[in-house]
Ligand binder design. Structure first.
Ligand SMILES: [Fe+2]
Ligand SMILES: [Fe+2]
Length: 192
C-alpha cells in the first residue's frame, strides 16, 4: 500500500517536471526526456482506468499534461523532426514507412487525447468513471506505449546518426520558440 502511494507520488512529480530549458541545445535528448514523461503519463492513465474511484489529483495532472505538453511534442515531431529525417535519411534507411505509420498514430492519438480531456473534465467531480471512458484511457495508454517504443528504438537513433549539427540547432530553436522560451545560445548541439 505504502509502495503504491510512493509510486503515485513519484509519478505525479515526474509528470510535472518539464526538462530544463538548457535541454533545447540537445533536442534529441529533450525529446527522449519527454518520452519518459509520456511513459509516466501512461502509468497514471492506466491507474485512473483501473481504479474504481476517481483520483482527482491524478486526473488533474493528466489533464494538465494533455492540455499543455502533449500537443507541442507531437508538433515537434510532425513539423520538425520527421521532415528533417526525411531530408537526411538515405533510401537504405527505409524510414518513410515508419514515419508514415507514426504520423497516422499521431492523428489518432490526438483525437483520443481530446476525447479523454473532455471525458475527464466531465467526470472530475464524480465518484467513478464510466466504462467507456476507462476503455478509452486503456486504449490510449496501450497505443502510446507502442508508439514510444518505435520512436525510441528507431526514430531517435536514426536522427542521432543522420542529422547535422545545424539541423540539431534549428530543431532546438524551433522547439524552444514553440514553447515561448529563449534558445540557450551558449551551449552546443554536439553532445547528443
Ligand atoms: Fe514522441
Ligand atoms: Fe510521436
Amino acid at each position: 500500500m505504502r509502495r503504491n502511494h510512493e509510486a503515485r507520488r513519484a509519478a505525479l512529480a515526474a509528470l510535472a517536471a518539464r526538462p530544463p530549458v538548457s535541454g533545447f541545445s540537445t533536442p534529441l535528448d529533450y525529446l527522449l526526456a519527454e518520452h519518459l514523461r509520456h511513459r509516466t503519463l501512461c502509468w497514471l492513465i492506466d491507474r485512473i482506468a483501473e481504479s474504481g474511484e476517481s483520483d482527482e489529483e491524478c486526473i488533474d495532472a493528466v489533464l494538465l499534461f494533455l492540455r499543455g505538453d502533449f500537443g507541442p511534442h507531437v508538433v515537434d515531431e510532425e513539423e520538425d523532426l520527421f521532415p528533417l529525417l526525411r531530408r537526411r535519411a538515405g533510401h537504405e534507411d527505409r524510414i518513410e514507412e515508419v514515419l508514415a505509420g507514426l504520423s497516422k498514430e499521431h492523428a489518432e492519438d490526438r483525437l483520443d487525447a481530446t476525447a479523454i480531456v473532455e471525458g475527464l473534465e466531465r467526470q472530475r467531480c464524480e465518484r467513478s468513471l464510466p466504462q467507456t471512458l476507462r476503455m478509452l484511457l486503456r486504449r490510449f495508454a496501450g497505443n502510446e506505449r507502442r508508439h514510444l517504443i518505435v520512436e525510441n528504438a528507431i526514430v531517435l537513433p536514426l536522427a542521432r546518426a543522420r542529422l547535422t549539427d545545424d539541423d540539431l540547432c534549428n530543431l532546438g530553436r524551433r522547439m524552444a520558440a514553440r514553447r515561448g522560451v529563449a534558445f540557450p545560445e551558449n551551449t552546443h548541439t554536439h553532445a547528443v
